[in-house]
Design a protein around this ligand. Structure first.
Ligand SMILES: C[S@@+](CC[C@H](N)C(=O)[O-])C[C@H]1O[C@@H](n2cnc3c(N)ncnc32)[C@H](O)[C@@H]1O
Length: 251
């Protein structure tokens, strides 16, 4: 694996850490959205006091909500600056979640350490997503659950491409931002098998092929509705891609 690629990925997130939560679809924008996430996470994870690992935790989005729900959460990430934001929010909200440096593709936890391994928006940015998933499954206890929250935001549909283009033109005009700016350069983009995201069915197929059972897709509709309520109308034009939760259990 290219160390240079991972280094560049880490630097990208270090640069984005400061305003990551302000962007639509990243940080919480309303109480209604928070409640919607809580409902989804309760359904995906369960309601007991569980040991949960949030891989690629970023600014701690999932780990902090799950901690508020009473779980024992550890978040790992390769970006120290994203982790610093997570730690700051944990202190501000007096939540006991802990955050550490860690590579999602090379976990340093003992086998069978967690009831739940969870992540949001991580698979797309890994050079070796399947190797990473195998690692996540290893650290699950027997009967533990893998929970993946992802999306497929590069669509082949001409209609959706057109909507996205119009939305981006409006962002450029209204917000004076460059909506065409890419997260990664060409070298990194070409190293990421799921750049642009992956469909729910593909995630299901991956989980099944790794021996997980009771693999299920869950809807994020309530979350998406809450997110859209507080978005400027032109932003909604970009928010038309598939987003989902997939869960699967370890034997
Ligand atoms: C799109 S952000 C998602 C953050 C967070 N999960 C959320 O839902 O807001 C992707 C995160 O994955 C982290 N990341 C990328 N590659 C990683 C790796 N190999 N191991 C751990 N974290 C990684 C990045 O530093 C970044 O914080």
């Amino acid at each position: 694996m290219s160390v240079a690629v991972k280094q560049k990925i880490m630097e990208t997130w270090n640069q984005r850490a400061e305003d990551y939560d302000e962007q639509f679809g990243h940080g919480l924008k309303s109480l209604e959205e928070k409640e919607a996430w809580k409902e989804v996470l309760k359904a995906a994870v369960g309601s007991e006091n569980l040991d949960i690992l949030d891989v690629g935790t970023g600014t701690g989005f999932l780990a902090l909500i799950l901690s508020e729900l009473g779980h024992n959460c550890t978040g790992i990430d390769i970006s120290e600056k994203m982790l610093n934001q997570a730690k700051k929010k944990a202190v501000q909200n007096r939540l006991p979640a802990s955050f550490h440096y860690g590579d999602a593709e090379q976990l340093s936890f003992k086998e069978g350490s967690f009831d739940i391994v969870i992540n949001r928006h991580l698979l797309w940015t890994l050079p070796h997503p399947e190797l990473a998933m195998e690692n996540w499954i290893k650290v699950l206890k027997p009967g533990g659950k893998l929970v993946i929250i992802e999306g497929k935001w590069m669509s082949d549909s001409i209609f959706l491409k057109l909507k996205t283009f119009v939305g981006k033109c409006l962002i450029a005009l209204v917000e004076r931002k460059n909506p065409w700016e890419k997260y990664y350069d060409k070298e990194i983009r070409e190293s990421l098998p799921f750049m642009g995201g992956l469909e729910a069915n593909k995630t299901v197929q991956l989980m099944n092929s790794m021996g997980l059972y009771e693999v299920e897709i869950m809807s994020l509709d309530r979350v998406i509705r809450a997110q859209k309520k507080v978005m400027p109308p032109y932003r909604k034009l970009l928010y038309n891609y598939e987003r989902y939760v997939v869960t699967g259990k370890k034997m």
